[in-house]
Design a protein around this ligand. Structure first.
Ligand code: FES
Ligand code: FES
Length: 400
């Protein structure tokens, strides 16, 4: 076994691997980056194409240990790339995919063509694509899509990508000359990479972006409003009440920490930062946050509003919470499910129970207080509850 340090989608990573492990297996099996597809596994089809130090390469025939110090960019790491955004649109408009299996590798090659060969004609595009096989489309839509983006680039509508770093020698061989920023991955820093990434003021919250998750939740705590309000200001006591959350530092109104969640084989740990804004007069607040999962390169930004109101003649407090979040990257698929709001309801129930215990000074163990949120078991409970409800409805109808 050997330790290899490399940067994947901008995040330093160190893994211990067998010398024979291929880069594609390291990305898919260890880092959960399944956007890199594997088909022939012998360098022929191009499905596993990604960027090593900015150049397209076959990850199925590249040994992971040979990527020591390399900058690896997978399809997940190109989410915000303007050329890739134009290509995604063009592939949709020109029907450049059917089953989509070849598409990640095809898009990475297409981006290389657009970046490197702005004057390419149809013949050149076809020649450059000859290393990427598609068994569905017949290539017509793919070629049209790439030419559409080339035209945008020639018309000046698409900013040219920054010059890619170049090495001489076989891609991934590490025998080429130095490339700015690529050969100097700080391995010591990489080992301690659990430190949350720094986010600028403008990165926190949605900053006018449209959320793809919106959840409203309410819960009642059997404590007076004033007590709950002051307790909520004590972040060191509040954060541990949230299943899966840990606080690493708090300074003034800024917090840094981690939110871990586990769903079957998928484990995500969002390192993030947040700013808390409290309106003392109205007893309501807002949390602006941003986080990033180092394994999947998924990113989240969120705004959480909360408001307290008195219940039961002041003996209890109702907490209304609205979460608006934008989840980008591979984990975004989970944000679209209608079941997510049920899941959020269960998590907020646990949060409320934990808050109540802490407010009451109880030393009872908290619900899922340590380790990641076990979304799998929660999800099973949600699904069982839904099925029971459906059966009860059907049973009711058949008796009428
Ligand atoms: S899977 Fe790598 S080239 Fe086919
Ligand atoms: S779209 Fe199916 S293999 Fe290309």
């Amino acid at each position: 076994m050997r330790a290899v340090g490399l940067t994947v989608n901008g995040i330093p990573v160190i893994e211990t691997v067998e010398p024979r492990m291929h880069l594609a297996d390291l990305l898919r099996e260890r880092l959960g980056l399944t956007g890199t597809h594997l088909r022939c596994e012998q360098g022929a089809c191009g499905a596993c194409t990604l960027l090593i130090d900015g150049q397209p390469a076959r990850s199925c025939i590249t040994y992971a240990v040979l990527c020591e110090g390399a900058q690896i960019t997978t399809i997940e790491g190109l989410e915000d790339d303007p050329v890739m955004a134009a290509l995604r649109q063009a592939f949709t408009a020109e029907h450049g995919l059917q089953c989509g299996f070849c598409t990640p590798g095809m898009l990475i090659t297409a981006r290389d063509i657009v970046s490197r060969l702005p004057a390419a004609d149809e013949r050149r595009v076809r020649l450059e694509l000859s290393g990427n096989l598609c068994r569905c489309t017949g290539y017509v839509g793919i070629v049209r899509a790439i030419r559409r983006v080339l035209e945008q680039r020639r018309a000046g509508a698409l900013a040219a990508s920054a010059a890619e770093p170049r090495r001489l020698g076989p891609v991934g061989s590490r025998h080429g000359g130095p490339v700015t920023g690529a050969a100097s991955v700080p391995l010591v820093a990489a080992i301690g990479d659990d430190a949350p990434p720094a986010f600028g003021e403008g990165d926190l919250g949605l900053a006018g972006k449209k959320p793809n998750i919106e959840i409203r939740q309410s819960f009642v705590i059997a404590r007076p409003r004033r007590e709950v309000w002051y307790f909520l200001a004590e972040v060191e006591r509040v954060v541990p009440c949230m299943p899966g959350a840990t606080l690493s530092s708090s300074r003034g109104d800024r917090l840094q920490g981690q939110l871990a969640i586990k769903l079957g084989p998928i484990a995500a740990a969002f390192n993030g930062e947040a700013r808390v804004i409290r309106d003392e007069a109205m007893q309501r607040g807002m949390i602006l946050g941003a986080g990033r999962d180092r394994f999947s390169a998924s990113r989240a930004s969120a705004e959480i509003e909360y408001e307290l109101s008195a219940e039961q003649g002041g003996a209890a407090t109702r907490v209304d919470i609205t979460v608006r979040a934008l989840l980008l990257g591979p984990l975004a698929q989970f944000g679209r499910s209608a079941i997510v709001s049920d899941l959020a309801a269960r998590i907020s129930d646990m949060f409320a129970r934990n808050l109540e215990r802490r407010l009451a000074g109880s030393s009872d163990a908290m619900d899922e207080a340590t380790g990641p949120i076990q979304a799998g078991s929660l999800l099973r409970a949600v699904i069982v509850a839904r099925v029971k409800k459906m059966l009860a409805r059907l049973w009711g109808k058949s008796r009428r």
